[in-house]
Design a protein around this ligand. Structure first.
Ligand code: PLP
Length: 384
């Protein structure tokens, strides 16, 4: 530094970012709004990053890893999973459009469609989640721009014929968007099956520790990548480098954690299906469960999230309150096991599902499954 500079100036300019970093296993957590450009000509050069909002080295490392995960050309980041869904909708829809949405869609996505999209002149129609591909695509009218898929569906785990819908929709010039959070990008690759946009709440399995929010949207078509980029630029969405670093850390152990979640989940689902207190188990990877054939055809593994119906209405609270290892809470995909009852969330559905009894959702964590089964055993006995 120039020795003649005064103390206040020296204080501001000592310890500046190094131009070159030592190589570590992870990327640097590069924080920055301002990007320092090498010369005057670079200031207005649109082909290079000139501002940090769109992400720096840490974000780039994460989006490269997620593009690999989703078999995508490009992945863009959003501040939460919900923001990734709503942001992608805003990126591709305009006033006058119609969107067809599965009735089993994540409930806050529905709230956005009903409250925000409607206000901006986009209409939403909900189709039953078990509709065939032909039925869904036959609903398309002249204004239909997009079909939203979620498979398995939230809470009820309905499996959709995603490749069928994607192929038929494409032939009609209608876009498809899938919420791919359950498969975590690992066990199902929507873009390989013809889906145009794959969205994930990274908050769940990719984060894996219930402590950071983020969402991603993956695409291949240059026009859709451009639409996502413009939306991100126009709305000003940004995620922090610290959070991007945490997500990248999650990506590294995702396959290992998912294998344990999946194995424990299936073991517990199978154990539950033999219990008197249980009327039905909704787990796509469990033989005999609804949608199992589609899961076996299209998916390469299972998450640890599934549901089961108790036989008696009165047993919900006593069951949940007797759980000790399973925490009661929303969200899922963390290392810790969680449970909640689902029925209060069905009131907003256009086609409310009906089961033999109240529905309980379990997010099976990484604990020893024998301890989880013992916990469920005690709670089921307490619920009788
Ligand atoms: C949790 C969830 C989201 C939203 O993710 P957030 O990061 O909590 O906003 C979206 N889709 C599905 C299926 C989810 O379970």
């Amino acid at each position: 530094m120039n020795d003649r500079l005064r103390p206040d100036t020296r204080l501001l300019h000592v310890g500046e970012a190094p131009a070159v970093y030592l190589k570590t296993v992870g990327p640097p957590i590069q924080k920055g709004s301002t990007v320092i450009l090498p010369d005057a000509a670079s200031l207005y050069d649109d082909t290079r990053p000139t501002y940090g909002r769109a992400g720096l080295a840490t974000h780039r490392a994460l989006t490269d890893a997620l593009a690999e995960l989703e078999h995508a050309a490009t992945v863009r980041l959003f501040p939460s999973g919900l923001a990734a869904m709503t942001g992608t909708l805003l990126a591709v829809l305009k006033a006058g459009d119609e969107v067809l949405v599965t009735d089993a869609v994540y409930k806050p996505t529905r709230r956005f469609c009903d409250r925000v999209l409607r206000r901006y002149g986009v209409t939403t129609r909900y189709y039953p989640p078990d509709s065939s591909a032909e039925t869904i695509v036959s609903l398309c009218g002249a204004a239909t721009r997009l079909i939203v898929l979620e498979s398995p569906g939230s809470l009820t785990f309905d499996m959709q014929d995603v490749p069928g819908v994607a192929t038929l929709a494409r032939s009609r010039g209608v876009l498809t968007l899938m919420d791919n959070t359950w498969a975590a990008g690992l066990y199902f690759k929507p873009l390989d099956h013809g889906v145009d946009l794959s969205v994930q709440a990274l908050t769940k399995y990719v984060g894996g520790h219930s402590d950071v929010f983020m969402g991603s949207a993956a695409a291949r078509e240059p026009a859709l990548v451009d639409a996502l980029d413009k939306a991100i630029l126009d709305f000003g969405w940004a995620v922090s480098a610290e959070d991007a670093y945490m997500m990248l850390r999650g990506v590294r152990t995702l396959p290992t954690r998912m294998a344990r979640h999946g194995e424990s989940g299936l073991r517990i689902a199978s154990w539950l299906s033999g219990r008197d207190e249980v009327a039905a188990v909704l787990h796509p990877a469990l033989p005999g469960s609804p949608g199992h054939d589609i899961w076996r055809r299209d998916f390469s593994g299972a998450a640890g999230l599934f549901a089961f119906a108790l036989r008696h209405e009165s047993s919900v609270a006593s069951f949940l309150d007797a759980l000790d290892i399973f925490g009661l809470g929303f969200s899922w995909g963390g290392f810790e096991s969680l449970a909640l009852n689902c029925d209060p969330q069905f009131a907003t559905r256009s086609h409310p599902p009906r089961f033999a009894g109240p529905l309980i959702r379990l997010s099976v964590g990484l604990e020893d499954p024998a301890d989880l089964i013992a916990d469920l055993d005690r709670a089921l006995l307490a619920s009788r």
